[in-house]
Design a protein around this ligand. Structure first.
Ligand code: URA
Length: 441
């Protein structure tokens, strides 16, 4: 068996690692017998030299079994899971799970906390006063059996190797490696115990995958890992070139979720609807998911499902009917356009970072969240703005944070004289059966 030093050397030369070598690494990460600088060196070598599909699958399985595997035996129905690779104003999980539950499906969701420009589902859900988001396994099962779904912050023992490595990757510029992202996402999905997994793979300026081609490569790798592990796995490839709704920040995004469940239109609704259609077809073969979703929203059944969950979990159910109580932070600043023109492109990452800098997200892991902080961002690609128009409003509890966020928002878009082409929201749906494109290639 090679020493860990030799394993780093091997990957540095671009050679594939054996199963025992990957297992040695992951065991050493969890037991802390391999120092962080050696893991960081291997991460960088993987980032630069890549991994075969076989290596990525092995890494995933080693990471998935580095901690406890969720015991879902008391949930007799099919368990569905949806995961986004990370975006801005992406609160689709909080629309989708109540809608799925209203349609009779089960989900047992463990979700990460937001970091950097990407928001976290549990942070948004925690906007609801008194609603617990760190649940024991018994409470997760109780709520899922009672309400059809539960959402908890991923526990410390769900794929602990991923937590340690993700933190290292975040500090060593090694997050954006396709095999490392695939193993990170899929290790948590496999340990989470769901039968059907739909991954919303984001591409564009606010995503880790900047191009559709990278997103497709990541999707194929995750599908191969999931299917080989016996889980039905598919990917929706959707755009993250602009926020999914004008609201970025926990309270504001929770208000947007309630708005969609009450029938408001936005890209947040379009993506949630498409995820519902794809996931229900994967789970049951039904092809009428769109009509079913529309009916669940129109009848109020999906909203009622969220209300029932908040009540059963001990949260303040009053905010579901009075979402304006989820207030913005007290210090605000309006940002106005300094020139006129068509919005040609949006740097979605800058919009997400502005919300984080204001206190609405985590600039560093471990930062606390100001639920009222964030950005109302009014620009959409293709809009015409006149000099002096309000383009955004910043909200924070700390005046000193405004200047940095203002600079990010002012640099977050480009104007042109000509109207740009419309950007499709969806690119492709990928499963083990092949690729369906939404627009002609
Ligand atoms: N989301 C994850 O869970 N892991 C990554 O590496 C990137 C996005």
């Amino acid at each position: 068996m090679l020493s860990f030093y030799e394993i780093i050397e091997k990957k540095k030369k671009g050679l594939p690692l054996e199963r025992e070598e990957i297992q040695l690494w992951i065991d050493g990460v969890v037991q802390k017998s391999i120092p962080p600088e050696q893991s960081a060196a291997l991460l960088m070598a993987i980032c630069l030299k890549g991994m075969t599909e076989q290596e990525a699958a092995t890494l995933t399985l080693c990471m998935a079994s580095s901690g406890a595997v969720t015991d879902r035996s008391s949930v007799k129905g099919i368990l569905l899971d949806k995961h986004s690779t990370g975006g801005v104003s992406d609160s689709t999980t909080l629309v989708l799970l109540p809608a799925l539950a209203a349609a009779g499906y089960y989900s047992l969701k463990a979700s990460g906390k937001g970091l950097g420009h990407t928001g976290g589902t549990v942070d948004k859900l925690a906007s609801i006063p008194h609603l617990p988001v760190t649940l024991s396994s018994e409470e997760r099962i109780r709520l899922t059996l009672l309400c059809g779904f539960s959402v908890t912050a991923a526990s410390e023992d769900l794929a602990p190797a991923d937590k340690i490595l993700y933190d290292l990757r975040d500090r060593t510029a090694t997050v954006d490696s396709i095999p490392l992202i695939a193993a990170s996402v899929m290790s948590k999905k496999l340990a989470g115990g769901s039968d059907v997994i739909l991954l919303d793979v984001k591409y564009g300026s606010g995503a880790f995958m900047k191009t559709k081609e990278q997103a497709l490569t990541l999707a194929k790798m995750m599908i191969s890992i999931g299917e080989n592990a016996g889980r039905k796995t598919a990917c929706l490839l959707s755009s993250m070139n602009q926020p999914l709704s004008p609201y970025v920040g926990c309270n504001a995004e929770m208000r947007a979720v309630i708005g969609v469940l009450r029938g408001e239109e936005s890209d947040l609704n379009k993506v949630s609807r498409e995820l519902f259609v794809r996931l229900t077809e994967l789970a049951s073969g039904r092809k009428d998911g769109g009509a079913q979703y529309d009916a669940l929203i129109a009848s109020g059944a999906a909203l009622q499902s969220l209300r029932a969950y908040v009540q059963a979990a001990g949260g303040d159910v009053g905010v579901i009917d009075a979402p304006e109580r989820l207030a913005d932070a007290p210090v605000s600043r309006e940002i106005c356009a300094e020139a006129s023109g068509y919005v040609n492109e949006i740097n979605c990452q800058s919009v997400g970072m502005a919300a984080a800098v204001l206190g609405g997200g985590r600039v560093r892991a471990g930062d606390s969240i100001d639920h009222g902080a964030g950005v109302q961002y009014l620009l959409r690609v293709g809009d015409y703005v006149n000099k002096g128009d309000r383009i955004a409003t910043l909200y924070t509890s700390d005046e000193n944070k405004l200047a940095h966020a203002e600079a990010l928002i002012k640099g977050s878009f480009a104007l042109t004289e000509d109207r740009p082409e419309e950007q499709p929201l969806f690119y492709a749906f990928v499963s083990k059966d092949g690729i369906t494109y939404y627009t002609e290639e």
